[in-house]
Design a protein around this ligand. Structure first.
Ligand SMILES: [Zn+2]
Length: 426
């Protein structure tokens, strides 16, 4: 029932609920709801009149993990191999591909900050939004209960690196007995909390995003970018921002507003009074529910930056306008191998525009044996790399594998090192 209740009917009800939840798309009206509970006004810190200067003058690169929640048999979401379509799975769009597309799209929306439409923010010159998401890992889980979204779900048992990385769970609507979504896509999510420095619990930040896969397999395919504003909205909560429409954002330049989806949408409020009949009433704030969700006020940005230099500093990988690369590969076999077939699955790497694979034979103390070095580099993203087709791994030996990579804009070199033995006796 509540699945398709338009948000403007849900508002009062949600205000009364102590739910840690956020968002759903009403199928007919394309409206995003968010049921993150309002923080009591007396707990919202006001901005200090004189604040110390910020340390980071470039971009805060904030780590996120993406988790795809599948059914117990691995269906009903993107997976490692394809898009999970029930009848016609597309190997060209894996969960790795979708996660990257979603994060890049979210960052694309962070690249812009259109002028606010609601006064007094509308009189201010927009400031750059100096926050980007850095995809730290992509994970796949099989759990029927935690695949199907509901407002009270708590997938925190699957959090990885929760003190340093925001964990984003891709959750879906239930399936019918053919493996198709039982209802249309919702668009929204659940944010665990709004973070304030000085309060406890500013770790293990997580959010659920609802129905990217359901939208993907829908007759009218929804692309990853259509969920970008939802992801940014939820991350906005986790990094310290309230909704603005009900007037408790703590930011005078992002005041209470009618929370209109668009001009004349909805046309009237519940008593029949025109509600969204002027452009100045239609917020484009990222923290309201509207068709834009791309703008943040100077005060909102300042709140985010203060948190990212305060209690949430662990979540910041780096302060840099060059998106740093991350190298993430796995050896899809046990550490002690009985085969010389060594394949590196590097699809969870992020933002790398070149990478280099190095192999050295090592002794049992992991000391490199001279004369055994091999390396190969490529100007492209890391994929599934068959290393054994390029290096003659021999049974009965132990090897060091090192992969480095970076973005072409000059960011730091990322690396991952593994040791692997082939055969037994090591
Ligand atoms: Zn929200």
């Amino acid at each position: 029932m509540t699945l398709f209740t338009p948000p403007y009917f849900r508002i009062k009800k949600l205000a009364a609920l102590v739910l840690l939840a956020c968002g759903s798309l009403a199928a007919a009206a394309q409206e995003i709801t968010c049921s993150t509970p309002p923080t009591p006004a007396d707990l919202i810190p006001s901005e200090p009149a004189i604040a110390p200067p910020l340390i980071c003058s470039q971009t805060y690169n904030v780590r996120v993990n993406i988790h795809f929640m599948q059914t117990a048999d691995g269906t009903g979401n993107f997976d490692q191999f394809n898009d999970g379509h029930p009848d016609n799975p597309d190997p060209g769009v894996t969960g790795y591909d979708y996660a990257e597309a979603l994060v890049w799209a979210a960052n694309g929306q962070m690249d812009i900050n259109p002028p606010l439409t609601v006064a007094p923010g509308s009189s201010l010159t927009p400031l750059p939004k100096r926050i980007r998401l850095l995809l730290n890992g992509v994970y796949f889980h099989r759990n029927d209960a935690l695949r199907n979204y509901d407002d009270l779900m708590n997938p925190s048992a699957y959090i990885i690196d929760g003190h340093n990385t925001i964990n984003v769970f891709i959750t879906e609507v239930p399936l019918d007995n053919q493996g198709y979504p039982l209802v249309g896509p919702r668009k929204g999510g659940v944010a665990k909390q709004v973070s304030y420095c000085g309060m406890t619990g500013n770790s293990n930040l997580w959010t659920c995003i609802v129905s990217p896969w359901t939208g993907w397999v829908a007759p009218v395919r929804r692309q990853a970018w259509e969920y970008a504003s939802v992801l940014n909205h939820e991350v906005g909560h986790l990094l310290g921002l309230e909704h603005t429409w009900y007037g408790a954002s703590g930011c005078a330049d992002a005041p209470a507003n009618a929370n209109c989806w668009n001009l004349n949408e909805p046309p009237v409020d519940r008593t029949g009074v025109p509600r969204c009949d002027a452009a100045a009433k239609v917020s484009n704030n990222m923290m309201d529910y509207n068709a834009q969700q791309k703008s943040l006020s100077p005060c909102q940005l300042n709140k985010l930056y203060r948190n990212l230099e305060g209690c949430l500093a662990n979540f910041v990988h780096s302060c840099s306008n060059c998106m740093p690369a991350l190298i993430r590969y796995s050896l899809p076999h046990p550490k002690v191998r009985t085969t010389t077939n060594i394949v590196l699955d590097g699809r969870a790497s992020f933002a790398e525009q070149w990478f280099k694979m190095e192999v050295d034979r090592v002794d049992s103390q992991n000391q490199i044996i001279a004369g055994t070095h091999f390396e190969v580099s490529h100007w492209r993203a890391m994929a599934v790399e068959n290393l054994s087709s390029q290096y003659p791994f021999l049974a009965g030996n132990r090897y060091r594998i090192r992969v480095t990579g970076a973005a072409s804009c000059g960011g730091p070199v990322a690396e991952q090192i593994d040791y692997t033995s082939i055969g037994t006796g090591f």
